[in-house]
Structures are given as C-alpha cells and as structure tokens.
Design a protein around this ligand. Structure first.
Ligand SMILES: NC(=O)c1ccc[n+]([C@@H]2O[C@H](COP(=O)([O-])OP(=O)(O)OC[C@H]3O[C@@H](n4cnc5c(N)ncnc54)[C@H](OP(=O)(O)O)[C@@H]3O)[C@@H](O)[C@H]2O)c1
Length: 454
C-alpha cells in the first residue's frame, strides 16, 4: 500500500476531510493501517458497495467488515469497483465468534476471501473470544481460540492475510493466545468511546504489541444524545461525532465510525483539531452510557451495561473532587445566615438527579420547602436541627442520614452553636427539585431547643 507522507497539522483547515485519511499507524509486523476506517455494521449487503465507493472517493482507505455483518460480498464489490488499486485499500474482516475449531476456521477464512472476491485481506481478527450467546460467561473458550488462531496463522503464512488479530479479547484471552502464538496478534478491536475508555485493557493490548482499534466510537449513536458532549463540541465548533472520533484518535487508537451517508463520511474525516488535555480528562470521566437503546440486546453493549454501577460511583467521586473548589454562597432568599454550597453535580439520564455539599454556619438554616420526590441528606460534619411541619424540632449529627419525605414541608440547618455539613441528593420532576416557601423565623428555629437525644 502506498503510504502518504505525514502532514504538518499547523496550517490545515479543520473542515477539510483530507488530513486524517492520509495518516497511518504501523502494526507490529510493519503493515501500515489507516488511522480512520469506515465501520460497516448495519449497512445492508445491497448498499455496501455504494457506501464503500463513496467512502473511497471521499478519501477513506480503510474498511471494516465481518462475516457476521452479512455484507462481505457488497463490501468486496465496492473495493473491486472503487477505481483504486487493491494495494491502496486496507480491508478488515472478522472470523465469526462462534467458530472455535481449526477446521471450521480454515473453511470460514476461505469463504470470506471468496465472498469478498479478494486474493487477500489486510487484517482478519477473531470477532470475540466467546460465541455471542456465551458472551461474558465463565468459559473463556481457551482451546477454541487457540484453534482459531492456528487457522489464522496458517492463512497468514499462506499470504491470504497480511495481518491477524483479535477483537473483544480481555487480558486473560490475550495471554492465552500470546502463550502459543507463532504469529503475534497485531490488533485488539474493542469497545472504546467517550465515557467508556477501558484504559487497563488498552495498556495490556499495547504491552503485548497490539494496536488498539476503537469500535462504536460514537457509542453506536447514543453519544449523539448527550447534552454535555454537545456543549463541549460547540466550544470547539465541531459536531459531536467529530469530537468522538477525535477523542479516540488522540488516545492513539484506530477510529471506526460507521455511516452510509457521504455527508457524515466527509464530516467524520474533518477532525483536524486538538482536544485539550483537560477536556480529554473530562470526556474520559463523563457518566457512561446507561443504555445503548435498541442495541442493548447485543452482547458487546450489555456487558458494558453490567460495569455501569461501579463506573458511575467512581465518576461521581471524580466530579465531586473537580467541582469542590467552586464554593458559592447559598442564595439569601432561600437561606437564613451563612450557607455555602460546593461540589455540585448533575446526572441527566435516565432522570435528572442533582446533589451538592452544603455547609451551614451556626444559626444558619433553609427556608421552609418541599421536594416533589423527597431528598436524602447524608450528614458529614457537625450538628444540626430539622423539623417537619407540625412536628418537633429534632437534632441530628455527623453520620446520620435524613430522608426528607416527598412533598412534606420542612426545614433543616445548623444548631445555634455548631456548624453542620451535609451532602444533599435529590431527583427532579419537570426540571424542579424544590419549592421554596417563607423563611424560618427565629422563634420557630429555637422552638423547644430541639428534642435532644439522650
Ligand atoms: N468488533 C466488534 O465486536 C464490533 C462491535 C461493534 C462495532 N464494530 C465496528 O465498529 C463500527 C462502528 O461502530 P457502530 O456501528 O456500533 O457505531 P458508531 O460508529 O459508534 O455509531 C454509528 C451511528 O452514528 C451515526 N453517525 C455516524 N456519523 C454521524 C454523523 N457525522 N452525524 C450524525 N450521525 C452519525 C450513524 O448514523 P448514519 O449511519 O445515519 O450516519 C450510526 O447511527 C461498526 O460499524 C463495526 O465496523 C465492531
């Protein structure tokens, strides 16, 4: 394949879809792989040839297909009728996840070449270490993957495959291949996108000599719905897909966005801008996609869903740390005395949840108010008082958790002699989480001096 020279980025036009399409990584075996490829999952066989020809005419030189996509024939047709020499194009296909014996793999590799109508493919990878209906099971199919690998090695040695590799392989699955490989895997193609960056797996793959390819760089389209990303993209005057693609490229990964639309192909390749280190960090830590919509039925996404709970916990901690510095005074109309708010956070999907760390100096308290869905207060410092309308004033202290019932008028704050800090978390209804009422008078505040605990 002819390799275009690397171009100085400094005076390029970020709207032109040319620069990135000419850039390549070098695989461990010396084969050049274009950094940006066209994903073809969900492009029908009948539409695939036109999509490939359009992509090639825009400047794409790398096409990603798979036996499982059912469009190898169309993709091959597009390659052969693209007007470019075969050597100018980089074609990847994938050995079906269910094929875990040597003989079946040998036959399937030949079938791919025959469907594609090509003498060789540039890269063939095992689609998944486990058959899809066993994805995430304990059985890692170690022996079956070694058999499939041996078939890929043979086809590689026979000149049918220029490079061979893996997809969806976790560290143990990689190690299983590395231990016996006579031809080293050059690639691991994995789910990687803004909000889901499997850093340890990326590092393990790289440490074993592999280039990492990011599939679903736009989160299978789900990232298009994230308002936080829209804000970041607007700051750079780019689209969300451009931000997503640039993000994985800046991590040093191959980007494989899927589209059959020539307009999208063009704009997806206009990514000649730089995301700052701070923004890369922010994008890495934004809340994960909670649900990949209709695509959640596919094992690659349901496995990602399963790790969500832990990921969200970590990300919420990160957000608190980052916003901790931004301390603001509680608005006077809602509070009496000095109240400060910091560590504010917002989670928008599937419903809006907000929270903050709130500190009340001695004598400070909220006005009377209600929450449509209630509120949880985790008291982390000092001593406070609270009262539900009609009830006694009660005292609480660090370590207590207060569950403020939905729609019940109440107030809370510090005591007259101690400050009090709590973390407040509440869900919103139609954008509202609180209805504020009149202030708590001094008489109401000290009434009964609280129902002290013994
Ligand atoms: N190895 C694996 O197990 C594995 C798994 C999944 C995917 N993959 C590979 O990775 C490729 C990409 O992943 P993916 O298909 O899941 O999703 P993706 O590329 O993350 O997202 C594709 C979605 O984004 C939309 N889109 C793309 N560019 C756009 C633009 N400029 N403006 C607006 N919308 C845009 C597409 O719609 P339009 O088509 O309307 O543009 C489509 O709905 C696949 O096609 C496949 O080749 C591999």
């Amino acid at each position: 394949m002819t390799v275009a020279p690397r171009v100085d980025r400094s005076d390029t036009n970020p709207k032109e879809p040319t620069m990135i399409l000419e850039e390549t990584y070098t695989l461990a075996n010396g084969v050049e792989i274009p950094k940006l490829g066209l994903g073809t999952w969900f492009i029908d066989d009948g539409d695939a040839a036109a999509a490939v020809r359009n992509a090639v005419s825009i400047g794409y030189r790398h096409i990603d297909t798979a036996q499982a996509y059912g469009n190898e024939a169309g993709v091959g047709d597009g390659i052969r009728t693209s007007g470019l020499a075969r050597s100018e194009l980089f074609v990847t296909t994938k050995l079906a996840a269910e094929i875990k014996t040597y003989d079946a793999a040998v036959a399937a590799i030949d079938e791919s070449l025959s469907k594609l109508g090509l003498d060789y493919v540039d890269l063939m990878i095992i689609h998944s270490p486990q058959p899809w209906d066993a994805f995430g099971d304990e059985d890692r199919y170690f022996d079956g993957n070694r058999q499939a690998w041996r078939a890929l090695e043979k086809a590689h040695n026979d000149g049918k495959l220029r490079a061979i590799g893996l997809s969806n392989f976790q560290a143990v699955d990689i190690d299983n291949i590395i231990e016996v490989a006579t031809v080293a895997p050059t690639v691991n193609q994995i789910l990687a996108h803004i909000s889901n960056t499997p850093s340890e797996l990326i590092e393990h793959s790289k440490a074993n000599g592999m280039t990492v390819e990011a599939y679903s760089p736009i989160g299978h389209g789900e990232l298009l719905r994230n308002p936080q990303l829209a804000e970041v993209a607007e700051r750079y005057s780019v689209s969300v897909p451009q931000l997503c693609i640039r993000y994985v490229l800046q991590l040093g990964l191959v980007a494989l966005p899927k589209t059959a639309s020539p307009d999208h192909m063009r704009s997806n390749a206009a990514v000649d801008f730089e995301i700052t280190a701070d923004d890369m960090d922010t994008l890495q830590n934004i809340a994960n996609i909670e649900h990949y919509g209709d695509a959640s039925v596919f094992p690659v996404y349901s496995a990602a869903d399963q790790t969500l709970e832990r990921t969200q916990e970590i990300q919420m901690t990160d957000i608190l740390k980052k916003t901790d510095q931004q301390t603001v005074d509680g608005p006077e109309e809602y509070f009496t005395g000095h109240v400060t708010i910091r560590g504010q956070f917002v989670r928008d999907e599937p419903s809006r949840v907000t929270g903050a760390v709130v500190t009340f100096e001695p004598g400070a308290r909220t006005a009377w108010h209600t929450h449509p869905l209630g509120q949880t207060l985790v008291v982390i410092d000092g001593v406070g008082w609270t009262q539900i309308d009609g009830g006694p004033v009660q005292e609480f202290e660090a370590g207590d958790i207060l569950l403020c019932p939905r729609d019940q008028r109440h107030w809370h704050g510090a005591t007259t002699t101690s400050s009090m800090t709590h973390v407040a978390v509440q869900e919103h209804v139609d954008g509202t989480n609180v209805t504020w009422m009149q202030k708590v008078t001094d008489d109401e505040y000290v009434a009964g001096q609280a129902d002290r605990r013994s």
